[in-house]
Design a protein around this ligand. Structure first.
Ligand code: CTP
Length: 408
């Protein structure tokens, strides 16, 4: 479930040229199902009209603390108390200074001062203003009070100069907001390690042995785990390069099985769960050629490549964490999956028939059977991978909860 769904979010907008980007943010928030109340500073209304936001959110926009005609003018207290989170984007240097010092001069400052909800701030300003000692001092003070910052990006600024000061992109801002909202989720504080994609074993500097895994299932799991409050390490192969890593997760890029094994070992040292969604090559080339293999000579009449067995990462990574495997099969689905569950001593195996339509490699949907210890199987309908991810994490959260009870 998207942590923005049905959640009251205050979007604070201050007077920067990046205001127009806040219109897009409002629209994305609404699309995600959030109940968005926009609070604008007086300067922000010079760049974008309140009507523009009102048309998107279908709710009144608060832009004047003293307008006795406005429905929500004295509502700022209600807004501050009701909000699940306050997102300020863009935040100017002036606003950061006022918030850091606790000013309550307008509706936005008052709302911030009055709230107990988490606050996410995305600054936008000239590079030198952002880098100024005073601005950085204000940011440090706000951070120390628990405010989450989405750093501006470097690039060309409105002045024509270059520097760090451009409002972060919408996905980064909303990813940070989602991660902040998820702090109270059922996986809050849990560390979850997820592998994704197909490994790549070099034959020579040009060729590789790989497979058809796109990594979509693993990335959906990482996003879903983050949205439930987990600290996620996502170990991803180059076959996932086209996918955007979920904001707020730790991304470790690897290529070969040996590299993945090492990354999984390091990341699981303090993990609560390991989910191996990656398609791992069972074999690697015994002696990868240092130079490109040429067609001339022996290779002209066919080529034999010697393969050696790779370690089985799931079997060899042991520890006190929940262990989840995948079984992508083209025949005898349940029998093969149950066998792997036992052999690899897993808590849960996600069995999927890769031959079905709308299922398996590259697809945005998946049709799986979840098999737990003792062979208890739950067949799910064809679902978007994000929903499959949440069903898997429901099981992981339940196993973690029982284990915790057992410890007491
Ligand atoms: N796996 C692993 N290390 C390997 C091979 C697989 O950790 N060397 C993990 C996969 O990430 C997956 C599970 O084990 O979660 C099952 O993978 P799969 O390739 O289906 O199983 P194999 O044990 O390789 O069996 P087979 O190839 O015979 O089907």
């Amino acid at each position: 479930m998207d942590p923005l769904h049905n959640r009251p979010i205050v979007l604070g907008v201050s007077g920067s040229i990046a205001c127009y980007k806040a219109v897009d943010l409002a629209s994305r928030l609404v699309k995600a199902g959030a109940l968005v109340d926009v609070v604008m500073t007086a300067n922000a209304t010079r760049f974008v009209t309140p009507l523009c936001f009102k048309s998107i959110t279908h709710r009144p926009v608060v832009d004047d603390l003293w307008d006795t005609n406005a429905e929500m003018a004295i509502e700022h207290v209600g807004l501050a108390k009701r909000a699940a989170a306050i997102l300020i984007a863009p935040a100017t240097a002036n606003l950061l200074a006022k918030l850091s010092l606790g000013f309550a001069e307008d509706a936005l400052q008052t709302t911030v001062l009055d709230t107990r909800a988490p606050i996410v701030i995305a600054p936008a300003m000239e590079g030198d203003m952002y880098g100024a000692t005073t601005t950085q001092e204000h940011i440090a003070r706000l951070r120390a009070r628990g405010v989450v910052f989405v750093e501006p990006e470097s690039g060309r600024l409105a002045s024509g100069l270059s520097g760090r000061g451009r409002l972060a992109d919408a996905e980064t801002i909303l990813g940070t907001l989602r991660a902040t909202l998820a702090r109270g989720g059922d996986l809050a504080g849990r560390r979850i390690v997820i592998s994704a994609g197909g490994t790549q074993e070099p034959i020579d500097p040009v060729r590789i042995i790989t497979n058809r895994s796109s990594g979509k299932m693993g990335f959906a799991l990482a996003e879903a785990a983050r949205d439930r409050g987990a600290r996620v390490t996502l170990i991803a192969t180059p076959t996932t390069d086209a996918l955007a890593p979920p904001i707020g997760t730790e991304l470790v890029r690897i290529g070969t099985v040996i590299e993945m094994h090492e990354a999984v070992r390091a990341a699981t040292a303090e993990a609560d769960a390991l989910i191996m969604a990656a398609a791992v090559s069972d074999y690697r080339v015994a002696h990868p050629a240092e130079q490109k293999i040429k067609k001339r000579g022996a290779a002209a009449n066919g080529l034999t490549i010697e393969l050696v067995a790779n370690p089985d990462i799931l079997t060899e990574t042991v520890g006190d964490f929940v262990r989840v495997g995948f079984a992508a099969e083209s025949e005898d689905l349940l029998a093969n999956a149950t066998q792997k569950l036992d052999k690899k001593r897993l808590d849960l195996i996600v069995a999927n028939d890769i031959t079905g339509a709308g299922s398996g490699f590259g697809s945005d949907t998946n049709r799986v059977i979840l098999v737990g210890r003792g062979g208890v199987a739950e067949e799910l309908p064809t679902l978007p991978k994000r929903e499959v991810a949440d069903a898997i994490l429901d099981r992981v959260a339940a196993i973690l909860a029982t284990r915790q009870k057992g410890e007491r």
